[in-house]
Design a protein around this ligand. Structure first.
Ligand SMILES: [Zn+2]
Length: 133
């Protein structure tokens, strides 16, 4: 699901969940929300278009800067619809920015979380992520 949401233009940091203790209700609500997207017409359209072409061909389009093929235009249109859904009532769990004190610049700043690191929004310093949850 992550690959397709990414292909549709959802940013990486929104597809990563900050590891911490969440209330059961928070997790359940987030799961329901995500599941509804998974079952949506918008998501199925993006799937259909994305899967009509092998992933390496999409990759080649990017490498060779091919931008105006029918399947690409269809994907852009379908992605816009999916993104609208993605932006609608997105749980905080999928908004992975957190305000913390940076060890490098010592400012209280917004960090963007990714899979294995977090990045300071002020000095751009990449901090190793604390994985114990
Ligand atoms: Zn910093």
């Amino acid at each position: 699901m992550r690959l397709l949401l990414n292909a549709a233009g959802v940013k990486d940091h929104q597809l990563y969940v900050i590891p911490k203790d969440y209330k059961i209700k928070t997790l359940a609500d987030a799961f329901d929300w995500l599941h509804n997207i998974y079952l949506s017409y918008e998501y199925s359209r993006v799937c259909l278009i994305w899967e009509s072409i092998p992933p390496e061909v999409w990759e080649n389009y990017k490498i060779f800067e091919v931008t105006d093929l029918t399947e690409q235009r269809l994907l852009i249109i379908a992605s816009k619809e999916l993104i609208k859904l993605w932006k609608n009532k997105r749980p905080r769990l999928f908004i992975n920015r957190q305000v913390e004190i940076c060890n490098t610049c010592e400012e209280k700043v917004t960090f963007t979380y990714k899979d294995n690191y977090k990045k300071c929004g002020h000095c751009g310093e990449i901090n190793e992520q604390n994985t114990d949850s």
